[in-house]
Write a protein of this length. Sequence first.
Length: 154
Amino acid sequence: MSDPRALRPIPPGDAALALPALRELRPDSPATDRVEALQAHLHAVGPEGYRLTGAFEPGRAEAVAVAGWRVVTTLWEGRTLYVDDLSTLPGARGRGHAGALLTWLADEARHLGCVALHLDSGTGEARHAAHRLYHAHGLSISAHHFSRALGEPA
């Protein structure tokens, strides 16, 4: 049996294909034009820009799962692929899309000369399935992430 998944980049002009899956993770995700502007700006400034990769099923135009990611360079680790967003539509969960994206992301990180793959994940019971998936794909909990809301920019 052939694998029905198709993983492919989602260019800035097609960001709307990623929004349904992104909104499952982040219901207040920005409008399509904001995602496209972010992608276009970051692609213009270099290879460390925000990119989208989607998992597509036959007969569906929109991605059933999506990864939003970028390459970052840090002083402490060097070149790293950072996953900002990883989300699957509820009706497509359990079919291997997020796992396929994680495998692809690790391969892409190696191809791009990265030394690591990172992602942050929320906590709580609602995230346990995601955490199991991350562990199954070789990710480990390596830090606590701290943040402080500062309000709207001036």
